[in-house]
Design a protein around this ligand. Structure first.
Ligand code: FES
Length: 97
């Protein structure tokens, strides 16, 4: 199990490891954009990992390519739909609905 906290709402939940940040957010009513439906084909699910970056599975080359075009990316930027949790994280949703 892993604890996921979403900002700015402060909502927290416990989830099974291996779930994506997008799926966790949608299952719990946390506002997050997801224009392509979670297929790594947009960047609207952009999230900033505030704590626990190493507690997410590493990004693959497709995700890194998508992230590279984001003007507001940071070193801790991830795509919510591609980020599977393996430990506790604090996530700031960049694009809320
Ligand atoms: S929902 Fe489109 S890349 Fe994540």
């Amino acid at each position: 199990m892993a604890k996921v906290k979403f900002l700015p709402s402060g909502f927290e939940c416990e989830v099974k490891t291996g779930e994506s940040i997008l799926d966790i957010a949608l299952a719990n009513g946390v506002p997050i954009q997801h224009a392509c439906g979670g297929f790594c084909a947009c960047t609207t699910c952009h999230c900033e990992v505030v704590e626990g970056l190493s507690n997410l599975e590493a990004p693959d080359s497709d995700e890194l390519e998508r992230l590279s075009v984001l003007e507001n990316r940071t070193q801790n930027s991830r795509l919510g739909c591609q980020s599977k949790v393996k430990g506790d994280v604090v996530i700031r949703v960049v694009n809320q609905e």
